[in-house]
Design a protein around this ligand. Structure first.
Ligand code: BF8
Length: 672
């Protein structure tokens, strides 16, 4: 990683547009015209400060480089590493050690690990929540059903449960296994063999390497507690072990995702490809608009189920609306898009903009990724922010606590609040004059294998493997993670996807990255003709034909929310086992170009631990320590096969990813 690329990135970000989505740009300008802020406005202010007479960024250089330490009450300490060039704009006297003696290497590595603690804690807690819902459902305490029995049986059989057990008994077994993988077991020895789901789902070659490196997770909560303990003052001071613990937490995070996906599918159904729309304009002025935002799809699905009832259709009409229109935001958006074809309005960068249309009657938040400013925008309009979870309270919001055992009462309360709010719409209604974009989502592993099975019933993976081997599919890139206002948002993912597609690299997408590809028009079959290279186009046409679509599959396969990154792990693990190689050997790369959250960092490190090269465009706060930067971007390759590639420029990044795919193909001795 070039030493100070972070400053180059700031310079180039001053010259770029804020987004490539015209509806988003339109709404940014509209809210600024009203004198309100959005996340884009605040980001711009940071950049404008950099343009001042004294070349000084609005952000803290020490924080940006990872060398600010606020661990104890002796601090805060801000230090420098002797081998890192000093930017002109820093003119404070430089210390090379904190008061306690911590070097830049220690401070950067410890700060880096703590990102993972929060990310892994978020995904593990969500996993615990849904596992508890499955357990309660199995015991007849919720109104949820075991919707996908095939999936239930497939998961149970992977874990080694079958025999004479009833569906409810299998579900209970799965839930209890999930809970012990997340929380550990009280006897203290049961999880010595590691997470049961990890052992059942990861390729043996990968698992063995993780065990050799001592980074195979035991249980999320135990590994999280270890990380916090290591970060305590007076404990770990070896940067290498901080980074190894960050890999372990990343893996625990990915296993939590995997469990969550499996349980979501059991309770809510496994997605299959279906068409919908993406864009702010999926809101409908004549309807009660309810935006669902967060990461708990059980909650949103319950709301959708009740809204579909005659009772609530009538209530909406009585209130003067034509009906109830759900729109998705962020990962809940991806979840309801993939299972219910609910249109996707946007992500968390756009939440203020969506509210500012003046036609959102309720904005429902569960956990994670809602920005803290949402309620301030809501106060300017009539929107009711409804919070639902004890861990994510928002000032001035209507809090309707959700619990799975009383989900029906909960859903009715939330719907009543939204419908009653319809009549309070302000005069300030402003809808961007841009049509939403067509999109297809729902590419679960089961759906992909279902299509492939139509070509080879006995071994559905064979057509995929054959096409990878002969170069029709040159490689696969997963675009994953968030949208960042530090970049021209959406542009990075769409540029990378288009550059790789023309070189016959298949793109799979999750989370906000997949939504960005949707706004860029890459989730629809027609995009295959425009963007895919000739060989890849042939494959997508054949698969579309086999699926009976009468058109090609889209060039970017939307696999779901960030939780559903596990689907990509699942599919690539099946490929690796079939080929008897490790994940690091596959021509598969990841771009988390616009990563923002701790969760994205944690998943990124989990992917690296599994052996995947992971690109990011946003420079992470680690370059204050050349040692840590080198470990993450180079040395890690010799340990796990995975490593970070930091490249702000999307075309340059695509070229690097292509080179890596080529190198992997050479390693497998397949067509170059
Ligand atoms: O988990 S991509 S901003 S929504 S963290 Fe959040 Fe990032 Fe979006 Fe879902 Ni994922």
């Amino acid at each position: 990683m070039p030493k100070l690329k972070i400053f180059e990135q700031e310079k180039s970000s001053r010259q770029r547009s804020r987004t490539t989505d015209p509806a988003t740009e339109h709404m940014i300008n509209y809210v600024e015209g009203l004198g309100f802020d959005s996340v884009f406005t605040r980001q711009k202010r940071y950049e404008e400060k950099f343009m001042g007479v004294v070349p000084k960024t609005g952000r803290c250089d020490f924080g940006s480089l990872g060398i600010c330490c606020r661990q104890c009450l002796m601090g805060p300490c801000r230090i420098w590493h002797k081998d890192v060039d000093l930017p002109l704009r820093i003119n404070a006297p430089m210390q090379t050690k904190g008061t306690c003696g911590a070097s830049a290497d220690v401070i950067v590595a410890r700060n880096w690990l703590l990102f993972h603690s929060r990310g892994c804690a978020a995904h593990s807690t969500s996993c615990k929540e849904v596992a508890e819902t499955l357990l309660k459902t199995a015991r007849g305490k919720t109104s949820f059903a075991l919707k996908d029995i095939d999936k239930l049986k497939a998961v149970a059989s992977k874990l080694g449960y079958s025999g004479e057990m009833s569906d409810n008994e299998l579900a209970e077994k799965i839930a209890l296994t999930a809970l012990s993988d997340i929380m550990g077991k009280p006897d203290g020895v049961s999880n010595e063999k590691g997470m049961v789901f990890a052992n059942a789902y990861l390729p043996p070659k990968v698992l063995n390497r993780l065990k050799e490196l001592d980074i195979a997770p035991r249980s999320s909560f135990e590994d999280l507690a270890d990380a916090d303990h290591q970060a305590v003052i007076g404990m770990m001071s070896d940067p290498y072990y901080f980074l190894m613990q960050s890999l372990k937490l990343g893996l625990a995070d990915i296993i939590a995702l995997l469990i969550t996906t499996e349980i979501h599918d059991i309770l809510l159904g496994t997605p299959s490809p279906a068409k919908s729309k993406v864009g702010i304009n999926v809101l409908d002025e004549k309807m009660v608009n309810i935006a669902v935002h967060g990461h708990v799809p059980t909650l949103s699905e319950k709301l959708i189920e009740w809204a579909d009832s005659g009772e609530y259709k009538d209530k909406a009409k009585l209130a003067g609306a034509e009906g109830i229109n759900f729109v998705g935001v962020c990962c809940t958006g991806a979840e309801v898009l993939q299972r219910q074809s609910i249109p996707l309005a946007g992500n968390n960068l756009q939440e203020d903009l969506i509210i500012a249309t003046g036609i959102v009657d309720a904005f429902l938040m569960d956990v994670q990724c809602s920005y803290p400013s949402g309620h301030e925008m809501a106060e300017q309009f009539h929107t009711k922010i409804i919070t639902t979870m004890k861990d994510a309270r928002v000032p001035e919001a209507d809090h309707i606590p959700y619990d799975a055992e009383h989900s029906d009462e909960w859903a009715r309360q939330a719907l009543d609040l939204a419908i009653n709010n319809f009549s309070k719409r302000p005069n300030k209604v402003h809808i961007p004059p841009y049509e939403p974009v067509d999109a297809m989502a729902g590419f679960s592993v089961e759906a992909c294998l279902g299509v492939l099975a139509k070509i080879d019933h006995k071994n559905p993976l064979k057509p995929l493997i054959d096409n990878i081997v002969n170069g029709n599919i040159y490689g696969v890139c997963l675009v994953a993670s968030c949208n960042s206002p530090k970049l021209s948002t959406d542009e990075t993912y769409n540029t990378i996807a288009k550059e790789l597609l023309k070189n016959n690299v298949l793109i799979v997408g999750t989370g906000c990255a997949a939504g960005a590809c949707g706004r860029g028009g890459l989730l629809f079959p027609e995009a295959t003709n425009e963007y895919a290279g000739e060989k890849l186009k042939g494959v997508l046409e054949a698969l579309g034909g086999a699926a009976g679509l009468g058109e090609p599959l889209p060039p970017v396969w939307h696999m779901g929310s960030c939780v559903d990154n596990s689907r990509a792990v699942h599919l690539t693990s099946a490929l690796a086992v079939n080929l008897n190689v490790a994940l690091k050997d596959l021509p598969v790369v990841v771009s988390a170009a616009e990563a923002v959250t701790e969760k994205a960092v944690s998943i990124g490190s989990g992917a690296i631990a599994l052996g995947f090269p992971v690109h990011i465009s946003v420079v992470p706060p680690v370059i204050g320590s050349p040692k840590v930067a080198k470990l993450l971007t180079s040395d890690m390759k010799d340990l796990t096969g995975g490593y970070y590639i930091v490249e702000p420029d999307p075309v340059a990044a695509s070229n690097q990813l292509l080179d890596i795919i080529k190198e992997k193909r050479k390693g497998l001795d397949i067509v170059l």
